[in-house]
Design a protein around this ligand. Sequence first.
Ligand code: PEP
Length: 257
Amino acid sequence: MGKPLIVGNWKMHKTASEAATFVQALQQRFPAALTRIELVLAPPFTALESVRTALGPSSWIGLAAQNLHWESQGAFTGEISGPMLRDLGCRHVIIGHSERRTLFGERDRDIQKKVRAALTHGLRPILCVGESLSEREGGQTGSVVTAQLHGALRHVTAEELATITIAYEPVWAIGTGRAATTEQAVEVHQSIRTYIVTNWTQAAVSTVRVIYGGSVTPQNIASLLASDAIDGALVGGACLDPESFATIAHVAESSHT
Ligand code: PEP
């Protein structure tokens, strides 16, 4: 497995000028580049350019978008395409976040088209999957996550799979302050790996990162990353403050030897 991946999902927070101030504050907390993790910021579309400029041309910190449309251009008012994101310096794109699924009605077949579009345009998908509280309590976690993977990843080749990160984000843990325990996350991460081995190959599973998201904080990141099954974190609330996001990154860096 490659370096752990730590992604900060800003959601709908920060204007372009606030974003530039944030990046300066973040960079001050990294006197030198971190080399044992990959750190990525996912600001809103409107702040991508300002974050890119603030990071500088050869920054070790990467840029992700939070969504994309599956077509590369056309009459899709209000949408943003893969080529537009590439042109802004994005290398990753979050796809199928639970907020997109529940608040904006994204279905597995939309997500599948977005994964395909990202791959076509050289963007690395960060595919989010995860069960709701009632699904977990109903013992459906495994079947829900498998169905989401199946819906999103059909027709993806083993070679393409190597560029994909799967973010296991239990919906009940997102923004609630109630993170999954390391054991709960590991159990689902292992079932995701089993799904990959079954549908692709044993070799494919070693190339796919499976990261955890849901109330990750500077306090719980070390225990999550202590497991070999957890290859990084998708961070929401705690990434909005430069101090807490930098702390998460430093802890991740020192936990990966
Ligand atoms: C997220 O939205 O992807 C997320 C994990 O949010 P939070 O860390 O705030 O739970």
